[in-house]
Design a protein around this ligand. Structure first.
Ligand code: NAD
Length: 422
């Protein structure tokens, strides 16, 4: 499926997944381009005066995939390898995810091609504000709502909200989610993606009739998502977390990590680099460690044709977006009775669900209790899990195909019902 974004390998992966699904659902050709090609994309140049006086120009992107059922919603990533094609792929996955869990959003994604670790706090603030300033004509609480993603956090969201609000002349908290509670954020948003993933892992274990206590888990990535998953599996589910990693190091300890100590270490030192527990192992061996639960919670395409047959887990819980390539899926489909996959659009949906709660509360200026939010989050995830399992069994397809099919069909129905504007 050729198009503007096709040169990008991550977008090609999203398009390939969609093409396979469209064949499975027998979607007419006339709808395929309309469904996969993003509606809008913006590229901006962001000049930044560094602390030493040099002016450097960074590139920022925002891709809005579809606006058929409401505004778009999606994270903002600050990463040195971010491209417009990767943003487009992440926006597409976000659309299927929102539709799967029944949120009235299309998907969006974007960010800045920059390594935030190489910026001073002042430089980061200037770049974040400049990015939002450039995006003001294209985003809005009814058009496109941003949230955090890799390399951004509640503070960055606060700067976005402030920049947008200064332009509007009044506070507009509903322009972003994942912001501090003091300006209309909700408590537990940072933890929501990880908590949702832990809930679904427990749900999958229950489905497979396996008791969580005594299970082992290996978690790739120790950021917003990975650290919360690791702590949840250790302290809530009673598992032994035997592998933890980030972009600097992969660590293995069959006795189980003190993940709270690892969390404190990362809060203090930013990475796991000098964390004193466990054996350092090569990155290539990390995902194939023996475990009950394997949780990729970092970047895309880490499970591919060369390692999919060597995974030694019972459950693959995809907390990251797009961790598994279509080639690996083909292999995992054949291993369906060995490896149970909780696909990304389901596994990490907790984040966007709680973001949706935050947006709804900001629009209404009416705030719910933490218990109401947690209860609603788990109900939505539970329903989406059950619907995925039901469809997977009935149609004899993988859990990924089942979850994507539910999402894509909902978007297709909306587009069909609205018709084609002349
Ligand atoms: P983050 O920036 O907080 O953390 C990313 C982690 O991955 C860091 O520990 C980093 O060191 C590690 N990492 C980066 N490259 C790596 C590599 N090559 N090998 C091993 N580890 C590597 O990001 P996050 O918010 O935790 O996001 C992680 C994943 O979860 C992304 O795919 C993101 O799109 C997805 N996600 C996040 C949210 C959210 O609410 N934050 C919601 C849905 C999905």
């Amino acid at each position: 499926m050729e198009g503007f974004y096709s040169p990008d390998p991550v977008f090609r992966m999203a398009a390939r997944q969609f093409e396979l699904l469209a064949d499975h659902l027998e979607i007419p050709q006339q709808f395929r381009q309309r469904l996969i090609q993003p509606k809008r994309a913006v590229t901006v140049s962001l000049p930044l005066e560094r602390d030493d006086g040099r002016v450097e120009v960074f590139h920022g992107y925002r891709v809005q995939h579809h606006l058929s059922i409401g505004p778009t919603k999606g994270g903002t990533r600050f990463s040195p390898v971010l491209t417009i094609g990767e943003s487009a792929a992440l926006a597409v996955w976000m659309s299927w995810k929102c539709a799967l869990v029944g949120l009235p959003y299309g998907g969006a994604k974007g960010g800045v091609s920059v390594d935030p670790n190489l910026l001073s706090p002042g430089e980061l603030e200037k770049l974040a504000r400049r990015y939002m300033q450039e995006m003001i004509p294209f985003v809005g609480p009814r058009t496109d709502i941003m949230g955090p993603d890799m390399g951004t956090n509640a503070q960055v969201m606060a700067w976005f909200m402030d920049t947008y609000s200064m332009h509007a002349g009044h506070a507009v908290p509903e322009i972003v989610t994942g912001k501090p509670v003091s300006i209309g954020g909700v408590s537990g948003r940072r933890e929501s993606t990880g908590r949702g993933a832990v809930f679904l892992i427990e749900r999958a274990l229950d489905h497979l009739k396996i008791k969580p206590s005594g299970c082992t888990a290996v978690v790739q990535g120790f950021g917003n998502v990975g650290s919360v998953v690791a702590c949840g599996l250790a302290y809530k589910s009673g598992m032994k977390v035997t592998g933890i990693s980030d972009h600097t190091v992969c660590l293995y300890d069959p006795a189980g990590f003190d993940v709270a100590a690892a969390d404190r270490h990362v809060t203090q030192h930013r990475t796991l680099k000098d964390f004193p527990q466990g054996e350092r192992i090569p990155a290539d061996d990390f995902l194939t460690l023996p475990c009950d639960i394997l949780v990729p919670a970092a970047i895309e395409r880490v499970i591919h044709a060369s390692n999919a047959s060597r995974l030694r887990c019972r459950i693959l819980a995809e907390a990251a977006n797009g961790p598994t390539t279509p080639e690996a899926d083909e292999i995992l489909d054949k291993r369906w009775d060995e490896v149970f996959v909780i696909p990304d659009i389901l596994c990490n949906a907790g984040g966007v669900i709680v973001s949706y709660f935050e947006w709804v509360q900001d629009l209404q200026n009416f705030f719910w209790t933490d218990i109401e939010m947690t209860d609603r989050l788990f109900r939505i995830l539970d329903a989406a899990f059950s619907a995925t399992i039901k469809r997977s069994k009935e149609r004899r397809v993988s859990t990924r195909t089942a979850a994507m099919a539910i999402g894509v069909e909902r978007v297709l129905t909306a587009k069909r019902d609205r018709g084609l504007f002349p």
